[in-house]
Design a protein around this ligand. Structure first.
Ligand code: ADP
Length: 627
């Protein structure tokens, strides 16, 4: 490949030289043309007779006699803007000086000035040449940096090269399994001889798979940091250009550059941008396919013994081309999933290391309240809390700041300027109380942390914040049903109190429908279909989109089944609330007035109104809810 590159360089240099010569010649031609035009405009030839005539009439101010011509400066210039010098040839006129003396005209001869000739040559010829050379070199450099005309062609991998990432596994919280798998990679890079001695081939690439923000890039950097090798990073989309062949050449350059710097790590983020399956299902694209082919070829071609390791990240592994995943390419798949409770706690600890916090802070509680959050969310929450503390004039972050920032990250900032009408505010108060009351009434439900009816920037008019007592990985059918009942608590409250319904429940309805549908099609929880898989998940790490695997008739029946489940849960919600109207009213009134109610206040009112005896009447069931 190197030879080919050199071959290519030869003609390229010749071409550069030709372009340079052409530009220089053109510049000279232009300069000569313009300077002669200028000179011509300034000097005018006259005949010797005319000259003598001018002398006679006293129109001449000064005369300069050179061996080849006589330059005549007239007394009166025809125009104010241009100074014209007349000239004429030299004749053997012995009386000339007498005539000039007679008229009192100043005259002079001219000594050829060798010094000024050299300066003239420097200024007129050499300096412009040097300037052109410098400008030309600068333009060529810009062009080759950007990759030729209009910046197309070369890779910009170097821009993202990190000699030392400075990140280690200590900076990546949780993700223990991923770290364990990557520890091997670090070892390969550290000591490739150990593996080659025994005859083992080193792996070429590993694919980091997981939802956005779980720390895939961070892990890749940590591998480079642990192994103390340079880190080349590029996003898949950096390869893709409008012009066919550009991506491929970028891949080539990237690998060449990396091999020069071996041992090192190449990290390709969002590899799905180029690694999409080549079958037409996801839409074909010549440029992308060529880039992918080049990547495949490069991965086969390079020698792992040198210690180049490719890490790639994606959150859509299902659309990757199979050829990319076969042994010898990205054959290792490392799952970097959303952190569990322990993982979240560790992420919070890592990011709060340098944040000043007071004694009220209990990160475990925050970790509990942030089920489903990924590493980047948690990092963001800690930062928001710190900003909040500063805003409130405190020098330490407290637990309230952290909870507030959890809300900001989940639901957006409070939108204080949105003023709800009295009726709307009351509706929202009852809606949120409906959710929370059902949570409290169902025995297994998670305790309510806080309810608020201050509108938030992300669109919600109010919400119930819950903190589960423990993290759950499995949900029973009863728990799911209880969840559905809780989702409908808001709508049921509206209907019971106002005898009408509003648009406020749309999100609840959507989420409830998703759960009910999954129960029927994926969890085998409907009596009608039993253990039949009717849907499969397509993009597990992104939106969890599903595709239906059944006939139209079955699809219609699924809808019927989902409808029945939802209806049953809604009726249950209405029943529960109608039996506790007095508690609901007390809670909603409090919420209407104060706009926020904490879990403690909520339970106080709940117990006070219901009375001690009613605690025993609590309906059984289970669930969790968010509004
Ligand atoms: P991804 O590449 O998976 O989308 P990143 O690695 O870019 O996510 O993570 C974004 C940011 O989130 C990181 O810079 C880091 O601050 C934080 N983060 C994510 N996961 C973790 C983790 N496991 N430990 C510590 N910080 C994390």
């Amino acid at each position: 490949m190197d030879n080919k590159q050199n071959d290519k360089k030869g003609p390229q240099n010749r071409q550069t030289l030709v372009i340079f010569i052409i530009i220089t010649l053109l510049t000279f031609a232009a300069m000569t043309f313009f300077s002669s035009m200028f000179m011509e405009a300034r000097s005018k030839k006259i005949t010797y007779t005319e000259f003598l005539d001018m002398v006679e009439k006293g129109e001449v101010k000064r005369v300069e006699i050179t061996p080849t011509q006589i330059n005549i400066e007239p007394k009166k210039q025809p125009s104010k803007f241009v100074e014209i010098i007349y000239y004429t040839g030299v004749l053997e006129d012995e009386d000339l000086l007498d005539k000039l003396d007679a008229k009192g005209i100043d005259y002079d001869g001219k000594i050829p000035d060798s010094r000024s000739t050299i300066l003239d040559i420097i200024f007129v010829y050499v300096l412009p040449l040097v300037l052109i050379w410098i400008m030309f070199g600068f333009i060529m450099k810009r062009m080759s940096k950007g990759g030729g005309v209009m910046g197309v062609g070369k890779n910009n991998a170097k821009v993202y090269m990190d000699k030392e990432t400075g990140v280690t596994f200590k900076d990546v919280a949780g993700q223990d399994e991923a770290k364990e798998s990557l520890q091997e990679v670090v070892d390969f890079l550290h000591n490739p001889g150990k593996y080659t001695a025994i005859g083992a081939k080193l792996p070429k690439g590993a694919l980091l798979v997981g939802p956005p923000g779980t720390g895939k890039t961070l892990l890749a950097k940590a591998v480079a940091g642990e192994a103390k090798v340079p880190f080349f990073s590029l996003a898949g989309s950096d390869f893709v250009e409008m012009f066919v062949g550009v991506g491929a050449s970028r891949v080539r350059d990237l690998f060449k550059e990396a091999q020069k710097n071996a041992p090192c790590i190449i990290f390709i983020d969002e590899i799905d941008a180029i690694g999409k399956s080549r079958d037409s299902r996801y839409g074909g694209n010549d440029e992308r396919e060529q880039t992918l082919n080049q990547l495949l070829a490069e991965m086969d071609g390079f020698d792992t013994a040198k210690g180049v390791m490719i890490l790639a990240a994606t959150n859509r592994p299902e659309i990757l081309d199979k050829a990319l995943l076969r042994p010898g390419r990205f054959d290792r798949r490392i799952i970097v999933d959303k952190p569990d409770l322990k993982g979240r706690l560790e992420v919070l600890k890592v990011h709060s290391k340098d944040v000043l916090m007071d004694d009220s802070v209990d990160l475990e509680e925050i970790a509990m309240a942030t089920s489903g959050a990924v590493g980047s969310d948690l990092a963001n929450m800690i930062n928001e809390a710190a900003i909040l503390a500063v805003k409130n004039g405190r020098r330490y972050v407290n637990q309230a700041d952290l909870f507030e920032s959890v809300e900001v990250v989940i639901a957006g900032k409070e939108k204080k300027d949105r003023v709800l009408s009295e009726k709307e505010k009351r509706t929202v108060a009852y809606h949120e109380t409906g959710h929370a009351l059902i949570t409290a009434l169902l025995k297994d439900a998670e305790p309510v942390q806080k309810i608020t009816i201050v509108p938030r920037t992300m669109g919600s008019l109010g919400y119930v914040m819950q903190v589960p007592e423990e993290e759950k990985f499995l949900m029973s059918k009863d728990e799911l049903m209880a969840r559905l009942v809780t989702f409908f608590g808001g709508r049921a409250a509206e209907e019971l109190v106002f005898h009408t319904v509003t648009t406020g429940a749309s999100n609840d309805i959507e989420q409830a429908t998703n759960i009910a549908r999954a129960m029927v099609t994926r969890f085998g929880m409907s009596d009608k279909f039993g253990l039949m898989a009717l849907e499969s998940v397509e993009s597990q790490y992104l939106d969890g989109r599903t595709v239906l695997n059944c006939g139209e008739e079955t699809a219609a029946q699924i809808d019927g089944e989902v409808m029945a489940i939802l209806r049953e849960c809604y009726e249950k919600a209405k029943k529960l609330l109608s039996e506790n109207m007095d508690v609901m009213k007390a809670l909603a009134d409090f919420l209407y007035e104060k706009e926020t109610i904490t879990g403690k206040q909520f339970m106080e009112i709940f117990h006070r109104v219901k009375g001690d005896s009613s605690e025993e009447e609590c309906h059984t069931g289970s669930g969790a809810q968010e509004s």
